[in-house]
Design a protein around this ligand. Structure first.
Ligand code: NCD
Length: 266
């Protein structure tokens, strides 16, 4: 049983295998519609989510499996004070895999210490978000055919954004990484990838920034602009039709990458 707590839990060969699978699934998704028939996934979310929870749900349904959703923990025994470990042990009796989003760094590790089924970390506070990283990497790979030897600039919330943490861990050995916080977004270095993020106000982050037409003019023609979403003001909607905008591809790839990941547990 392999838990996915950090992106570092996967080696290059495993990531490549997921990409190869993702490409095949993206071409013919219906071919895989019965592969996980009879399997059950628990979506256990202690923090809000649209894309991560829904794409896991959709991925499992596309593969013929079922989903138990605990998306609002106030309606579960967690509101009666149940601890994470007891909740995980319980859900391990009812399902074959648990996707966990939690409030604190280390929660996913704690869950995996007691779990009888694989735990997939869907974001642990300001810790990591490895499946977002897989879909981010796949989106980069689709454009450039590689995830190394690239210049990548992260913009926005560098301190509290878990997607930045996980993706930069995955890229740090083969790519040139730059970081720009909200107060110094005006001198963006020339890059292949611009990865924008929301200011995580719910985690105490402060600041404000917005992509300007001037910034866009200075970005190379063949770069890509990414964002894990949800966005606030940082990427205005007028940019959405620019061919460099890849955030809608990211969310679509989220489905196929998660289908590939779930199939790797079969
Ligand atoms: C991100 C998250 O939850 O970390 N969203 C996501 O999963 N796509 C980013 C964010 O909340 O800003």
């Amino acid at each position: 049983m392999q838990h996915l707590i950090s992106i570092k839990d996967l080696d290059c060969a495993q990531v490549q295998e997921i990409f190869n699978y993702t490409k095949k699934i993206k071409k013919h998704p219906s071919k895989y519609c019965k592969k996980l028939k009879g399997k059950i996934l628990t979506n256990l979310f202690y923090e809000p989510s649209t894309r991560t929870s829904s794409s896991f749900h959709s991925a499992m349904n596309h593969l013929g499996g079922d989903v138990i959703s605990i998306n609002d923990v106030t309606y579960s025994s967690i509101s009666k004070g149940e601890n994470l470990e007891d909740t995980i042990i319980t859900m391990g009796n009812y399902s074959d895999i648990i996707v966990l989003r939690s409030k604190f760094v280390g929660d996913a590790q704690r869950a995996s210490d007691v779990s009888t089924v694989p735990i997939i970390n869907a974001g642990d506070g300001v810790g990591e978000h490895p499946t977002q990283t897989l879909l981010d990497l796949f989106t980069i790979y689709e454009k450039f055919g590689r995830t190394y030897n690239l210049k990548v600039t992260f913009i926005g919330d560098i301190t509290n954004g878990r997607t930045v943490k996980s993706l930069s861990k995955a890229l740090e050995n083969g790519c040139e990484l730059n970081f720009r916080d909200t107060y110094n977004v005006n001198d963006l270095p020339e890059s292949d990838v611009y990865y924008f993020t929301r200011v995580q106000r719910e985690r105490g982050s402060e600041g404000f920034y917005e992509m300007t037409r001037d910034m866009v003019k200075r970005m190379p023609e063949d770069c890509i602009v990414m964002h894990p979403f949800p966005r606030n003001e940082e990427i205005p909607r007028w940019f959405d039709k620019d061919p460099r905008a890849r955030y809608f591809d990211q969310m679509q790839n989220g489905l196929y990458v998660r289908m590939a990941l779930l199939l790797s547990y079969k």
